[in-house]
Design a protein around this ligand. Structure first.
Ligand code: FAD
Ligand code: SF4
Ligand code: SF4
Length: 399
């Protein structure tokens, strides 16, 4: 609940300027808050700290015994029987969090006949794996996955649950959070532990990346967060690591739990689009000049077995669909090789690709910021260079 203490308000309008959502206005020299527009972000409270005229009261849930929740969980995303890399990345950070809290790190695996996966999850850092093996879990369907995961949480009480911010994780995590009435922070880039208060300290970009917000969930459990693929570093697998596999067989999943029916799964027309798993990415920027010229990038990608990426400028121009976009508002990628063609290297683009192992930048402008992160820089017209690269690789690879 938020309210203004009228007697304290001097009508200075600092809160009006501070509110990013336009939810405060002055009426007869007193601040008035539009409760429908207010997101309870707290910016006005900070702006008014001299007068202390704005108060936000957040109720602690008295019905929740926070101390009953123990352990860190990682949702182990698999698709079509393949474990997604983000599961291993989350186990990497989950291991650090669990060790700081001195608790068990568990992976949660939902699927049908994916019994080879628990061992791999243990090799990557899990102490134990909760495994629900059921034909209805073969393909991701939100309602049945939500039911299975909520049942597990209500039975075992983890204090932290992490998901990949993939399309699947972004669909599942908010539903689970809503069902169990807890908080969820999306797209975290850093996770830390406040050991004394056993709080997950979640950092994520806010307001278009102009500031980093640190978020905690003090009154609810579990604390839930999604983390973008390719942000956290997985541990080196330890093949000698042993752990417990807990197959949970008594969760009642019924076909009636599913309101939707999958008639057919159609792969995206562009098979090279799975940027987040790609080892090689060839990306195009505004330097391509027009949509048709993406063929130059596509050809090179095809010959060297890479995926096609893009800057936002090209997506905004309608040259290529948005799921190719790399960067702050696109995908975060970590390929072995990233070739940037005609991309200037704006910070919002760099955020999404600068951890690539090798970056090759091709740009006419020697001062383009992309060269600051490039392993190899080629100052040249991309239309002179990229076709030569394509031909050379084609010959070398016998394609
Ligand atoms: C909140 C917010 C979020 C954003 N999120 C993203 C994001 O997720 N991803 C993203 O990419 N951007 C994002 N942006 C946009 C970003 O700021 C840049 O505008 C964008 O990355 C620029 O794209 P570009 O490099 O293709 O174009 P430009 O900046 O126009 O650069 C084109 C480059 O091509 C070079 N060039 C031109 N012709 C040739 C040629 N023939 N051969 C070689 N080089 C040539 C030029 O020298 C220039 O350096 C975001 C911006 C904001 C404000
Ligand atoms: S900042 Fe505080 S004192 Fe100033 S108008 Fe807003 S509520 Fe009133
Ligand atoms: S809490 Fe945030 S959204 Fe609400 S009025 Fe204050 S600044 Fe605006």
């Amino acid at each position: 609940m938020i309210y203004v203490i009228e007697e304290k308000c001097i009508g200075c309008s600092l809160c009006v300027k501070a509110c990013p959502f336009g939810a405060v206005k002055l009426v007869e020299k007193k601040a008035v808050i539009d409760l429908d527009a207010c997101t309870l972000c707290g910016a006005c409270v900070t702006a008014c700290k001299k007068q202390n005229a704005i108060v936000i009261e957040r109720e602690a849930r008295e019905d929740v015994d926070l101390s009953a929740y123990k352990g860190v969980w990682v949702f182990a995303e698999q698709r079509d029987g393949i474990l997604m890399n983000v599961a291993m990345e989350l186990l990497g950070v989950g291991r650090i969090l669990a060790d700081k809290l001195d608790v068990t790190l568990s992976a949660v695996l939902l699927g049908s006949d994916v019994s080879d996966m628990p061992e791999k999850l243990i090799h990557y850092g899990a102490d134990q794996v909760y495994y629900v093996n059921h034909p209805l879990l073969e393909q991701y369907q939100t309602d049945v996955y939500t039911k299975a995961l909520v049942s597990l949480i209500e039975r075992y009480f983890p204090e932290i649950v992490l998901f990949g911010a993939s399309s699947l994780g972004r669909s599942l995590a908010p539903r689970v959070a809503a069902r169990i009435q807890t908080g969820l922070t999306a797209d975290c880039t850093e996770l830390e532990i406040d050991v004394d208060r056993r709080l997950l300290v979640q950092t994520r970009p806010a307001f278009g990346g102009n500031l980093m917000a640190t978020i905690i969930i003090p009154n609810h459990r579990p604390q839930m967060a999604t983390v973008r693929p390719n942000v956290m570093i997985p541990l080196e697998p330890d093949l000698s690591r042993e752990g417990k596999v807990i197959e949970v067989k008594d969760i009642a999943l019924e076909a009636e739990d599913i309101c939707t029916k999958i008639l057919e799964v159609i792969q995206a027309a562009d098979i090279n689009v799975n940027l987040q798993e790609a080892e090689i990415i060839v990306s195009g920027g505004r330097g391509l000049g027009k949509a048709e010229n993406f063929s130059v990038v596509r050809e090179l990608a095809e010959v060297i077995g890479g995926a096609v990426g893009a800057s936002r400028a090209t997506v905004d121009a309608g040259w290529i669909p948005s799921y190719h976009q790399v960067g702050q508002t696109g995908k975060t990628v970590h390929p072995k090789l990233y070739i940037a063609c005609g991309i200037s290297g704006a910070i919002q683009h760099l955020i999404g690709m600068q951890t690539s192992d090798i970056i090759v930048a091709i740009n006419k402008d020697p001062d383009a910021p992309i060269f600051d992160v490039a392993t190899f820089g080629i100052v040249a017209d991309l239309f002179d260079i990229v076709p030569v690269l394509t031909d050379t690789f084609r010959k070398k690879l016998g394609k």
